[in-house]
Design a protein around this ligand. Structure first.
Ligand SMILES: [Zn+2]
Length: 352
């Protein structure tokens, strides 16, 4: 609960200037179409990578020498709160091209989110006076419903307002009953969107799986977790947001081993590092995830899972959004947290 409590202190904060972490990129950034030469494009080998009109294209642009480096797609962070910490430019400069926002007032869904591809839940659907309405989220971060018909209507209202997924908290206090939760799931699926659940304890996680939820918004922290219930569903890592305990790391590995899809996510807004978070990468490594698994969890897997159709790989036609790295991320995943350059939609937005 602590990270969500911390959040309320930030609701009134003003955005920072969003300066790229690397600084100094603006003076020397190449403009127009470019071709990144001499690097290893992970998954494609030693190929020249052309960026044309913001997309991966032909190799006729201005050459940029990237010899001795590795290139991967820019990341997708599957758990952020940009309403708490509105720093989309800093996120992009740190290597994130797409975000999934897991709680904001409904009006936030229609706002611009700068350079980021954005999928938002809007307010969580909860019981009247349930979490987060009973604490930090009284001002629009929750939508209280009394029964299944109201729950289904809330899903329709949110999707009509632009929600790309639905979030339900099972966080203690008043919660949706089984009928209302099931109605959320049924209506969300009828509208083509997934249901994320905030469920940190084993009983809540089991209940959510039994009622058809698609994705755990956090890795549960409870040693009694039954990972097998999440086979064929998904989990967003957020290891750093809750301290990255041994139990939590073991739960994430158990969920993976049970057949759950693992998505990289940081809870940015509650955590404070814009861009690819070195702490989350380190905790995933400590949880036993390989470089290939970490890279997939931040790129190709969430692109498919959430429907970010132009992110997640660097084949022709996809967004020219990429990280240039100083090491092979399949061997040394820590390099993902310190990109040498970040390109978003064909623009170099950070370099060091
Ligand atoms: Zn969160």
């Amino acid at each position: 609960m602590l990270p969500f409590l911390l959040a309320c202190a930030h609701l009134e904060s003003t955005p920072s200037d969003g300066a790229p972490a690397g600084g100094g990129a603006a003076e020397s950034a190449p403009t127009g179409d470019v071709v990144l030469t001499g690097a290893t494009v992970v998954g494609r080998g030693r190929v020249d990578l052309g960026f044309v009109d913001g997309r991966v294209g032909d190799t006729t642009g201005t050459p940029v020498d990237e010899s001795g480096r590795w290139i991967v797609p820019a990341f997708i962070d599957s758990h952020v709160h940009l309403a708490y910490l509105p720093e989309p430019e800093a996120m992009a400069a740190g290597g994130v091209a797409g975000v999934v926002d897991l709680a904001a007032p409904v009006g936030f869904l229609a706002q611009s989110h700068g350079p980021l591809r954005f999928l938002g839940a809007g307010p969580m659907i909860t019981a009247p006076a349930g979490y987060p309405l009973n604490s930090w989220g009284a001002a629009g971060y929750g939508l209280g419903v009394v029964d299944a018909p109201e729950a289904a209507a809330a899903v329709d209202a949110l999707v009509d307002a632009g929600a790309g997924l639905i979030k339900v908290p099972l966080a203690g206090g008043p919660e949706l009953d089984d009928a209302a939760f099931a109605a959320v799931v049924a209506q969300a699926h009828a509208r083509g969107v997934k249901v994320a659940v905030h469920a940190l304890d084993a009983d809540s996680a089991a209940r959510a799986a039994g009622l058809g939820a698609d994705v755990l918004a956090h890795t549960p922290v409870d040693p009694a977790l039954d990972a097998s219930a999440w086979k064929g569903r998904a989990v967003i890592s957020t290891l750093g947001a809750f301290g990255g305990s041994t139990t939590t790391r073991a739960n994430l590995a158990a969920l993976r081993d049970a057949g759950a899809t693992v998505l990289y996510g940081t809870d940015f807004g509650n955590t404070r590092t814009p861009g690819v978070d070195p702490d989350e990468i380190a905790l995933l490594m400590e949880a036993g995830f390989s470089g290939a698994e970490i890279l997939a969890a931040g790129t190709s897997t969430p692109a498919t899972f959430w429907g970010f159709t132009d992110l997640g790989d660097l084949t022709p036609g996809k967004a020219a959004s990429a990280l240039v790295l100083d090491a092979d991320p399949l061997v040394d995943p820590t390099t993902l947290g310190r990109p040498v350059e970040v390109w978003i939609d064909g623009q170099r937005v950070a370099a060091r």
